[in-house]
Ligand binder design. Structure first.
Ligand SMILES: Nc1ncnc2c1ncn2[C@@H]1O[C@H](COP(=O)(O)OP(=O)(O)OP(=O)(O)O)[C@@H](O)[C@H]1O
Ligand SMILES: C=C(C)CCOP(=O)(O)O
Length: 296
């Protein structure tokens, strides 16, 4: 049930693909991170914390999407051909099916870990009910049924768990919808108080964390009018098989959360299973980690 201020959850958490999988090893789970995160979430639930969960794809789905061009889709002309029908070419159909098989396989593993720790986790698959146009959500928001369905689960005391997915796209036939986009939507629809991105590193660093001399950035200010991020002195890289833009796209989503979801006080980026993650999940500024807030 929503609280008197209309809030459905305290926190929306994205378990990043970098946390729940070993990103460099094809379709390999990171069991330690998955278990420690599931335990932290179970404890939070026991304390009465209300949450919605999202997970990324990591080494599940990104490779297939890249190999078969699922993120790029097909040309507009091809979408319109075939007497108004969107007939994808056989290779794109194969790629779409393989990408979905991979992300839904990961979803099953994530749900298994959460349920194993006592969380009544229920998977929500965006495809085929949530579509895009040129990779952007149609109308820039979730279809009413998706938002209502998510609230319906929460109303029953269940914990919704959405995953990044391959979806149908009005302009390019097919596309990839990142879990990061759901972060923005769920924070707004559920009037969350905080948003937490759980990754395999402590937060945002001044340069890729494996580079010598990389330093943790404790706070990033976001312009509340434009969403512009204060990122002077920060450089980042993205894995070659990542089809959803890596850390840069995540930071843009975090800024959109602060722009589009006024209920959210702060967005946190923390390491899976850390004390910092436990703090961030409770809306406490983590001792280690990156906090994004609106510039006043
Ligand atoms: N300057 C930086 N600071 C922090 N991380 C960085 C930086 N540059 C690159 N990275 C990499 O970004 C990764 C986190 O971004 P990524 O998009 O992989 O997150 P994710 O949400 O966990 O993944 P997915 O999109 O699969 O869900 C880290 O694993 C890290 O290696
Ligand atoms: C099918 C895919 C690759 C989904 C990607 O979702 P993300 O890892 O949250 O960006």
């Amino acid at each position: 049930m929503a609280s008197p201020d209309g809030s459905w959850v305290d926190v929306v958490v994205k378990i990043g693909g970098s946390a729940c999988t070993k990103k460099a090893q094809f379709e390999t789970l990171h069991m330690e991170n998955l278990t420690s995160t599931s335990r932290q979430l179970a404890k939070l639930l026991e304390e009465g914390g209300r949450m919605a969960i999202i997970h990324g794809a990591g080494s599940f789905g990104h490779q297939q999407a890249k190999e078969f061009g699922v993120s790029k889709g097909t040309s507009e002309a091809a979408v319109k051909s075939g007497s108004g029908q969107t007939l994808l070419d056989p290779r794109l159909r194969e790629g779409f099916a393989k990408t979905r098989l991979s992300v839904t396989t990961l979803s099953k593993h994530v749900i298994t870990a959460l349920v194993g720790e006592g969380i009544p986790a229920v998977a929500i698959s965006p495809c085929p009910f949530v579509g895009t146009s040129q990779k952007k959500l149609l109308g820039d928001e979730l279809p009413a049924a998706a938002a209502e369905g998510t609230r319906g689960l929460l109303q029953c005391g269940l914990v919704p768990v959405v995953h990044g997915d391959a979806v149908l796209d009005a302009k390019q036939g097919v596309a990839i919808l990142s879990g990061d986009v759901w972060m923005v939507q769920l924070c707004r629809e559920l009037k969350a108080r905080s948003a937490v991105f759980v990754t395999d590193v402590d937060g945002v660093f001044t340069r890729p964390p494996s580079d010598p001399g990389a330093e943790l950035v404790r706070q990033i200010l976001v312009d509340p009018k434009t969403g512009e991020l204060e990122l002077t002195g920060v450089s980042m890289n993205t894995a070659s098989h990542d089809v959803t833009g890596g850390l840069k796209a995540k930071l843009e989503s975090a800024a959109e959360v602060l722009l589009g979801a006024p209920s959210v006080q702060a967005v946190y980026i923390v390491r899976a299973g850390s004390d910092a993650a436990a703090q961030a999940l409770r809306g406490i500024t983590p001792s280690e980690g990156t906090t994004l807030i609106r510039r006043t």
